[in-house]
Design a binder for this molecule. Structure first.
Ligand code: CTP
Ligand code: MG
Length: 168
């Protein structure tokens, strides 16, 4: 039980990084408005520099706060911040890869892609964080199971708050 709580604590920067672009995003799209060989947008207007950089900054800041709450879990402030940066960068990089595949599948911006939307960012975050601090397989399975529910809950909340036009 305790180890599952630690898994949740470990992944928090990735959740924050993935959720914050809804609030801090907007402006210039990362793909610069360009299209791929198939004539469709490379990533689309839903992936912006402000969202990406803001999300990485917020996720990394969460890690700095976490270090003050549980320093023994990280060992050093450097580890805590580096881990949070890797989780946040990984989450938002995975989010871009997901959008790239959504556009190739001809899904418009904001269209749901079950599985990809809920787990793509998580798997990418775990992969980027792997060299810094790892979880055991039980903890990873736990995160794979709970993350879709947290993702749906957070999106529904953002929709109810009027931050998002669709509840997914
Ligand atoms: N967002 C952003 N920059 C990012 C990621 C997200 O500005 N790098 C903002 C956009 O306003 C986006 C919103 O956060 O519409 C929700 O993110 P997400 O659900 O990932 O994007 P979608 O609009 O659903 O686009 P896609 O179909 O490409 O997933
Ligand atoms: Mg979406």
């Amino acid at each position: 039980m305790k180890s599952l709580l630690w898994a949740f604590w470990y992944i928090l920067p990735a959740y924050f990084a993935n959720a914050s672009p809804v609030l801090v995003g907007g402006g210039k799209p990362i793909d610069g408005g360009k299209t791929w060989k198939d004539g469709r947008r490379i990533l689309g207007d839903g992936k912006t520099w402000r969202g990406f950089i803001g999300g990485v900054a917020i996720g990394t800041a969460v890690g700095a706060i976490q270090y003050f709450v549980t320093p023994h879990f990280y060992g050093s402030a450097n580890t805590a911040i580096l881990l949070a940066f890797a989780l946040s960068f990984g989450a938002l990089f995975g989010d871009l890869v997901g959008s790239f595949f959504k556009r190739r599948a001809n899904l418009p911006r904001g269209h749901p892609a079950i599985g990809l939307d809920q787990l793509g960012f998580l798997i990418s975050a775990l992969a980027f964080a792997y060299p810094i601090k790892t979880l055991d397989s039980g903890q990873i399975i736990f995160l794979l199971v709970i993350s879709p529910f947290i993702h749906w809950g957070a999106n529904y909340f953002a929709y109810k708050m009027g931050w998002k036009s669709v509840p997914w």
